[in-house]
Design a binder for this molecule. Sequence first.
Ligand code: DQA
Length: 146
Amino acid sequence: MTPILILNGPNLNMLGTREPEVYGATTLPQIEDRCVAFGKSLGLDVTCAQSNSEGALVDMVQAAKGTHALIILNAGAYTHTSVALRDAVSAAAVPMIELHLSNVHAREAFRHHSYLSDVALGVICGFGAKGYDLALEAAANHLAAP
Ligand code: DQA
């Protein structure tokens, strides 16, 4: 089993009740439980974490170096603001898949720029909670490549 980390940023602990018309009705614990089970079926040992704090997310990305083979990162609003989180991803040099539930490109202009996309393996957005499954499949595929 290959260890991977799913990291969710600010306000994603509110999923289920937070703007359900944008982010859906599934709660974060429901998403995380499904990711652990689906990950297992793909040979991935999935650890999940969430924080509202930018520094805590930086700490967790740094700590993934040497412990996790890949990070799936939904950085929430920090996607659009945080050079620190981007630098942490570059410094840790752990492959990262950027994820968003909503299609950020179909929303407000301030969500169109990401500090993470050009240091990501790839970006998945707009598919709601299903996006986590798609990211896990992409992760398994990437890690299995020679
Ligand atoms: C989000 C999109 C961000 O723009 C927003 O700030 C979020 C959630 C998403 O999953 O769609 O908090 O990352």
